[in-house]
Design a protein around this ligand. Structure first.
Ligand SMILES: Cc1ncc(C[n+]2csc(CCOP(=O)(O)OP(=O)(O)O)c2C)c(N)n1
Ligand SMILES: [Mg+2]
Length: 415
């Protein structure tokens, strides 16, 4: 670990990792007391990833967590009571007891998109969020996480390709914890480094030690800055290990003992405490203070959650499907006036341009507008309204037969 952050930043990273672990420890107790109604997942040993990456975001930025990213929610400002109540399906929970795990978000204040269980689906969704922010000139970055297993879904590839071609300000964290349920990473992908997946989409990637919170944070910070500057999406592979089973029901006996022992000796919180102590940033008193602060907070939060009622039975049949105005207005708050998004006014100057984006054939080139895709310069645009965008070729070129194409390819190869 290198020393390059402010004292406050060092402390925040420590506090949130400890809070992340304490929240999850408390939920394990609640689960064993039968107070948690859904599945319970654990990020034990992976706290540095959730905390270090989310801490690199600004308040205005957006994130969408997966099951092992409670730490990211806490950093973004979600209260522990909401996490507890959500898992206990309580009436005061963000989903009013309709979900028993972590399917909740906060679009209005914290800029959190709810998790989607189908692995990988958050990638195109968050790409869309990133593009929407750009469209509105907000200079936001969107972030989500995916596992080693999830990186083999089709939508991972479709989503990342889409983000790449759109140069979306999007950062994807690939948490390689070596297991997907009981499948070891080596049995589901023939790559040493999953960061290599980025090459297929022409985007940059980083590999980082997922148990070193300072390295995770500094890497994420750089990636977020680059995405914000218009360099397009970036993939970060954080290497770590899933210390518990897939969820509470899974004792994970399929994990080799030596592998577990290796990673247990590299606990991210213990490693960080060692670093902070050696740099004189934390002593026994500071550690105790953090512990007491977290214990006091979580006692209050747990009590609130336990005292919250279960939802009334009649609530079960309401709010499951959005029925329009009696549920909520189905109109985006960020909707733009129709005149503004149709010609001729759609040729307005972009509020945020990206060098090189849309510089392919037929576009305005150079610093193309990213509000409306590959727009032509305003003057030609007005004159061209109503005309077909691409002229039909005078005569269709004859198609090469497979045989002819092969012959020409082998001629080229011999040259
Ligand atoms: C598209 C899809 N396929 C399968 C599942 C079922 N499922 C949920 S989690 C999981 C394993 C995920 O492994 P990984 O992506 O490595 O994440 P980890 O659990 O290790 O954090 C599977 C197969 C799913 N939710 N979505
Ligand atoms: Mg995994």
């Amino acid at each position: 670990m290198k020393k390059e952050l402010t004292r406050q930043q060092y402390f925040d990273l420590y506090y949130y990792m400890r809070l992340n672990r304490a929240v999850e420890d408390m939920m394990v107790k609640l689960f064993r007391q039968n107070k948690i109604v859904g599945g319970l997942y654990s990020s034990l040993g992976q706290e540095a990833i959730s905390v270090g990456t989310a801490y690199a975001l600004e308040k205005k930025d957006w994130l969408a967590p997966m099951i092992r990213n409670i730490g990211a929610l806490l950093v973004k400002g979600v209260r522990p009571r909401d996490v507890f109540m959500q898992h206990m399906a309580k009436y005061d929970s963000p989903t009013k007891g309709k979900d028993g795990t972590s399917h909740f978000g906060d679009l209005d204040n914290l800029h959190i998109v709810s998790p989607i269980s189908m692995l990988g689906d958050l990638i195109p969704v968050m790409t869309g969020v990133a593009m929407a922010g750009r469209y509105l000139g907000q200079k936001i970055v969107a972030m989500t996480w995916i596992g080693d297993g999830g990186s083999s879904t089709g939508v991972f590839h479709e989503g990342l390709n889409f983000a790449a071609v759109q140069k979306a300000p999007f950062v994807l964290i690939l948490e390689n914890n070596l297991w997907a349920y009981s499948t070891p990473v080596r049995k589901q992908v023939p790559l040493e480094n999953l960061a290599d997946r980025a090459k297929a989409y022409g985007i940059d990637s980083y590999i980082v030690d997922g148990n070193d919170v300072v390295a995770v944070y500094t890497t994420a910070k750089e990636a977020v800055a680059r995405a914000r500057a218009g360099e397009g999406p970036i993939l970060i592979e954080a290497k770590s290990f899933r210390r518990m089973g897939h969820a509470q029901h899974d004792p994970a006996e399929y994990v080799p003992k030596e592998m577990r022992a290796y990673w247990e000796a590299r606990d991210p919180i213990a490693l960080y405490e060692k670093f902070l102590t050696s740099e004189k940033l934390l002593d026994a008193k500071g550690k105790k203070e953090a512990e007491e602060k977290i214990n006091t907070l979580l006692e209050k939060e747990r009590e609130f959650a336990e005292n919250s009622p279960m939802p009334p039975p009649e609530l079960a049949e309401t709010g499951v499907y959005c029925t329009g105005d009696d549920c909520h207005k189905i109109r985006a708050k960020w909707e733009r006036p129709i005149a503004e998004v149709t010609p001729p006014r759609s040729g307005v100057e972009a509020v945020w341009t990206v060098p090189g984006f849309g510089s392919g054939k037929g576009s305005g080139g150079g610093h193309a507008s990213i509000h409306f895709g590959d727009t032509q310069p305003a003057e030609t645009k007005l004159a061209e309204v109503g005309k077909p965008a691409v002229k039909a070729p005078a005569k269709a070129a004859p198609k090469k037969t497979v045989k002819a194409a092969r012959a020409s390819a082998s001629r080229k190869a011999r040259r």
